[in-house]
Design a protein around this ligand. Structure first.
Ligand code: F6P
Length: 365
């Protein structure tokens, strides 16, 4: 059996742990030959490969990044290096040239959509759900999210102490694209007073009300966890730059500065902003992500060995399962108002900056 592996889209902690698990498990289970494609689908299009033997897959569990490299622009159906041409037949040719029985793609929604289309061209594909954003449907968790949420929580803990000393409003911006999972988990984990998510456009008056109530109540500092996609009601998301050739060219960033400027104009307290950025994607995965990556990778190998096709491995209620690409591709899992963590946050007095999701501060002493 010959199996290809690639990592696509933005990197995240746990990619190497999945490469390790897929490779070792395939060798262990069926003596497979494993070949890695370099820089995501670019490697498949341009036949750029590196061998993945047992020794190559050793020492990867704790290593950040991806030893295979990745790309967020290498879409075979719209290849940026060739003026957006459809080079998917060439990519399929490389797959066949290598005599592959299957290709394991480790990536987010963009990667799963491409995998789905390649599967429809007759290639056997199995996906593994990666992204710090945790926004893939069909799985309770993506690997990389726990690490990003941990990094963001720790950053907010540190902002907490300096906010307290200087009696400031500290606004901390997380990644997450159009989903607020990182800001929600880190905000709850760090005890933020206000959590602002793309899913619930905020009302400036409501955020001001919380800050002023804290000033008046003697708690002369406020911690705000804001997702990069958060925006005021009726306003736009803050765009940092656009990347031509990327499947989603918009790169968000600066939501904290938009909010900070608006708050500072109306508050006595000073306001400071922090954008966490790619720090959330770097370094070693948490134990949770190491375990999840190992489970995802070995389960993907099992699916390949069992002949599965067109599915993404997933974790549901703690168990491994397989979800068809068709149920996953081009969809985004967003935070819902009835999410148990949103309700828990409200119960402990956290505001989501909108009248519909703000606890009654008067009852909270
Ligand atoms: O999807 C992962 C992610 O880190 C998002 O949270 C963020 O918006 C985006 O990728 C950043 O992309 P890039 O690495 O291209 O700046």
């Amino acid at each position: 059996m010959r199996v290809g592996v690639l990592t696509g889209g933005g990197d995240c902690p746990g990619l190497n742990a999945v490469i390790r698990a897929v490779t070792k498990s395939l060798i262990h289970r069926c003596g497979a030959e494993v070949v890695g494609f370099v820089d995501g689908f670019r490697g498949l299009i341009e036949n750029d490969t590196q061998p993945l033997g047992w020794a190559d897959a050793s020492g990867l569990l704790t290593l950040g990044g991806t030893i295979l490299g990745t790309s967020n622009k290498a879409n075979p159906f719209q290849y940026w290096r060739e003026d957006g041409a459809d080079v998917s037949d060439r990519a399929a040719g490389v797959y066949r040239e290598h005599g592959l029985d299957a290709l394991v793609v480790i990536g987010g929604d963009g990667t799963m959509s491409i995998a789905h289309r390649l599967q429809q061209k007759g290639l056997r594909m199995v996906g593994v759900p990666k992204t710090i954003d945790n926004d893939l449907v069909g799985t309770d968790r993506t690997f990389g999210f726990d690490t990003a949420a941990m990094i963001a929580t720790e950053a907010m803990d540190r902002l907490h102490t300096t906010a307290q000393s200087h009696h400031r409003v500290m606004i901390c911006e997380t990644m997450g694209r159009y989903a607020g999972w990182i800001a929600l988990y880190a905000g709850v984990g760090a005890g933020a007073d206000v959590v602002l998510l793309p899913e619930f456009p905020y009302h400036l008056d409501e955020v001001l009300r919380v800050c002023k109530a804290r000033e008046a109540g003697g708690q002369r500092f406020t911690i705000i966890s804001i997702a990069e996609g958060a925006h005021p009601e009726g306003g736009e998301m803050a765009v940092a730059k656009t990347i031509p050739g990327s499947p989603d060219p918009v790169r968000l960033g600066g939501a904290c500065q938009v909010l900070g400027a608006a708050l500072e104009a109306q508050l006595e307290s000073e306001v400071r902003t922090t954008i966490l950025g790619h720090v959330q994607r770097g370094g070693s995965p948490t134990p949770f992500d190491r375990v999840l990556s190992t489970r995802f990778g070995t389960y993907a190998a099992q699916l390949v060995a069992d002949g599965a096709n067109g599915v993404m491995v997933a974790r549901r209620d703690g168990k491994m399962t397989a979800v068809p690409f068709a149920e996953v591709a081009d969809k985004t899992k967003l935070v819902q108002a009835d999410d148990p963590l949103v309700r828990a946050a409200l119960d402990v007095g956290t505001s989501f900056g909108t009248p519909a999701l703000t606890p009654d501060l008067d009852t909270m002493g």
